[in-house]
Design a protein around this ligand. Structure first.
Ligand code: PRP
Length: 175
């Protein structure tokens, strides 16, 4: 089977992830300890690379959500599948997402995590589809702005496939 065409190369991703890790480490340098919360499943590779390049004290949590969708169209309704396991009260939280599309998932996650009373919440997304935004949600750290393409690889899937591609590629969901 042919490989999806490249949108962002492996080297391009790794360079940007290193920049983000340096920027986040500098911004949190005087805050002590932060908790990185990866949003399953898509963020699992980004979180692992980002977290290993950071230089500040950090712990890792995961949260899982599911969005109700019809085919490739999101309905905007989000459901919590798995909450964080550790206590994040009074901790500085950074939500780590692979992609923000309509913004509904991230907005929902911020609401859920605020109920745990962290000291602060910031957000980081490897990819942002600015044209697709339906809700206003703050993204403090963005890897790349992309257009309205279906992107796979580096954690992102098409029907659960292609998550382990080392680069970000484009697929046509109609094919
Ligand atoms: C993707 C992505 C975000 C969400 C963004 O998850 O990981 O969580 O969609 O979309 P939104 O901004 O329109 O809400 P997906 O539902 O594909 O699940 P997955 O991470 O398990 O692949």
């Amino acid at each position: 089977m042919s490989q999806p065409p490249v949108l962002i190369s492996e080297d391009g991703i790794q360079a940007r992830v290193a920049d983000l890790a340096a920027q986040i480490s500098a911004d949190y340098e005087d805050k002590g300890d932060i908790v990185l919360i990866g949003v399953l499943k898509g963020a699992f590779i980004f979180l692992s690379d980002l977290s290993r390049r950071m230089t500040i004290p950090r712990t890792i949590e995961f949260i899982a959500v599911s969005s109700y969708a019809t085919g490739s169209i999101s309905s905007g309704a989000v459901r919590l599948v798995m909450d964080v396991r550790g206590n994040i009260e009074n901790r500085h939280v950074l939500i780590v997402e692979d992609i923000v599309d309509t913004g509904h998932t991230l907005k929902y996650l911020i609401g859920i995590l605020e109920s745990h009373r962290p000291a602060s919440i910031r957000t980081c997304a490897l990819l942002r589809k600015a044209e697709s935004a339906e809700v206003d949600v703050p993204i403090d750290y963005v890897g790349f702005d992309i257009g309205d393409e279906w992107v796979v690889g580096y954690g992102l899937d098409f029907a659960e496939h292609d998550r382990t591609l080392p680069y970000l590629g484009i697929v046509d969901p109609e094919v």
